[in-house]
Design a protein around this ligand. Structure first.
Ligand code: PEP
Ligand code: MG
Length: 588
């Protein structure tokens, strides 16, 4: 998702101008429904009982919250896939965290009521996490906030009697609030993952705070619920029923739209729906431009459920498998056999389509308990991606062995993440050659790719090209490194826009540096952005890899293009002075 920043316009003059960030695509016209945040403070706490009684109450509430989290996890795994479900594993672990529990028990021993004790203990941890330099860990403070609220709600619910139903992981139902024909738009400060999963009866979500990369928002995207975030506190004072319209792709948000503006949004929404249904009916056909250029449209996967969704949505291949899903949140690394079985399961779900297996992309930003890297002030600029694999040859070799064993059975591309130099790529290829020799294998369909995510690599593409068959441009990281705007940092989210002409010029450099033999692919979120296909194809990209659900529409966008016109569009976008002008060039 691009971090497009639109304005908050109020034709009724209710609110001043503020930014809203695009967070989940889709056009929405509806009526405001405010949702009070789930109780997270201790203001409704009852008077504290004896410490033993309060400890028992807290333990019972933690148990109920844990059971709720596990139920939600199962539902999410079935409906959205393992990658999304793992968000709830982290929640279950935090509920059992001994340090958090003992901080709450200490407060109970000092005379605090169970809810107040839990809220204070978790609140303290939230404050500490919010101050961390690492934006990924900082964003996880939101997970703590969700659990603070959930346990306090579980305590209050118990006090209210057995018939009450509430809880942050339960459905945030907003139906029956006087929806007009257009549907309800949930407006809230922020949204927990549990709430995002349970959301029912709404056509879209507007968050006063939040970031496009928060877990709650990731789940909204997976569920196809349009959203904008960081709209500012003003939206929280809009009365229920206020007409509101927004575009989750551009971030444009209009409160109380005039009849003309409303008609524009309705028209765009309806034509987008018509396009989506026509694209779905042609999903299994190839994506060929009107002047005959074939573009492979792949899917990005993080689980077997994703692989099934990719096949069902007509993906031509898996353009990116984030193999981290096998390595994170466990005590030991998966061995060769476990990895081989997992990659084989993906291949089976894909029914013979090419499988692009990216080697482990972890490091300071996604730490592994069994392979820690020294703490660093700048984890994104430290030992991550291929750098990590090169300092852990044991883990690297095991993964390459599993990949080679699967490559003997099915077409595989092995993809090295975050390549910065020719020497790194040489070392990675040497490790692969060693494994091929040891396995006495020479799989006919094996291809080798480098992810281009570092500006230096984009500028040196011609020097890297002799070592690969594919360049796969990771625009998520390429954008953060080019604009010096960390991913997941809400404060600079608007800067990190892949439409920035600086990023587009680097994509151009990769396409010019790739020899005819090297396919250029884009697998960052930008590949699924409306309008991006024309610029990328115009620059020379021949493969796009997107979330499984986006495949049909991206294929359709390709069919509506001519490669010749795309070249003109691309030149105009490269020459544009700003991200919004580049985007406007492509969207016409
Ligand atoms: C990217 O950086 O664009 C990419 C596809 O990799 P990831 O999002 O997994 O870092
Ligand atoms: Mg990346």
């Amino acid at each position: 998702m691009g971090a497009a920043s639109g304005g908050l316009a109020a034709s009724g003059g209710v609110l001043g101008a503020a930014g809203a960030l695009a967070a989940s695509p889709g056009i929405v016209v509806g009526a405001v429904r405010q949702r009070e945040a789930a109780g997270g403070g201790a203001e409704a706490a009852r008077v504290a009982g004896e410490p033993e009684v309060e400890r028992e109450r807290l333990l019972a509430a933690l148990g109920r919250a844990g059971a709720e989290v596990r139920r939600t996890r199962e539902r999410v795994a079935g409906e959205l896939g393992e990658a999304e479900a793992e968000i709830f594993d982290a929640h279950a672990m935090l509920l059992e965290d001994p340090e958090l529990r003992s901080a709450a028990f200490d407060r109970i021993d000092d005379g605090a009521e169970a809810g107040a004790a839990w809220a204070a203990a978790v609140g303290e941890a939230e404050t500490a996490w919010s101050a961390l330099a690492d934006p990924y860990l900082r964003a996880r403070a939101a997970d703590l906030a969700a659990l603070r609220a959930q346990v306090v709600t579980a305590l209050r619910t118990a006090a209210a009697g057995p018939t009450a139903t509430a809880g942050a992981a339960g459905p945030a139902a907003v139906a029956g609030a006087g929806a007009d024909a257009e549907g309800l738009v949930l407006v809230a400060e922020d949204l927990t993952p549990g709430e995002a999963v349970g959301l029912a009866g709404v056509v879209g979500v507007v968050l006063a705070a939040g970031a496009p990369t928060s877990h709650g928002v990731i789940l909204l995207r997976s569920r196809g619920i349009p959203a904008v975030v960081a709209a500012g506190g003003g939206v929280l004072s809009l009365p229920d029923g206020t007409p509101i319209a927004f575009d989750g792709t551009t971030g444009e948000l209009v409160v109380d739209p005039s009849p003309g503006v409303r008609a524009r949004f309705v028209g765009e929404r309806d034509s987008a729906a018509a396009r989506a249904s026509s694209a779905a009916s042609r999903a299994s056909l190839g994506a060929v431009t009107r002047d005959g250029v074939r573009i492979e449209v792949g899917a990005n996967l993080g689980s077997v459920a994703d692989a099934r969704a990719a096949a069902a949505n007509g993906a031509d291949l898996a353009g990116l498998v984030r193999t981290e899903f096998l390595f994170l949140d466990r005590e030991t690394a998966p061995d060769v056999d476990e990895q081989t079985a997992a990659y084989r399961a993906l291949a089976e779900a894909l029914g013979g389509r090419r499988l692009t297996l990216r080697t482990l992309d972890v490091g300071g930003d996604k730490p592994l308990r069994y392979a820690p890297v020294p703490p660093t002030a700048n984890p994104f600029l430290s030992v991550r991606g291929l750098r990590f694999s090169l300092v852990r040859p044991d883990l690297f070799r095991a993964q390459l062995t599993a990949i080679v064993r699967v490559a003997v059975e099915t077409p595989v591309t092995v993809l090295f993440p975050m390549v910065s130099t020719v020497d790194e790529l040489r070392a990675a290829r040497a490790a692969l050659d060693d494994v091929l020799r040891a396995e006495q294998a020479s799989p006919a369909g094996l291809r080798v790719g480098a992810m281009i995510e570092v500006p230096a690599a984009a500028l040196k593409a011609s020097a890297l090209a002799p070592f690969v068959d594919v360049f796969s441009i990771g625009t998520n990281d390429l954008t953060q490194y080019t604009l010096a705007a960390a991913r997941g940092d809400g404060g600079v989210a608007a800067l990190g826009d892949p439409w920035d002409p600086g990023v587009l010029r680097l994509v151009d450099s990769v396409c010019r540096g790739a020899s005819d033999r090297v396919t250029v692919s884009v697998c960052g979120e930008f590949a699924g952005d409306p309008g991006a296909a024309s610029v990328l194809i115009g620059l020379g990209v021949r493969e796009l890899s997107v979330a499984p659900a986006r495949v049909p529409e991206v294929k359709q966008a390709v069919r509506e293009l001519t490669a010749a016109t795309a070249t003109t569009t691309a030149s105009a976008a490269l020459a544009a002075p700003t991200a919004s002008e580049a985007r406007a060039t492509a969207l016409g």
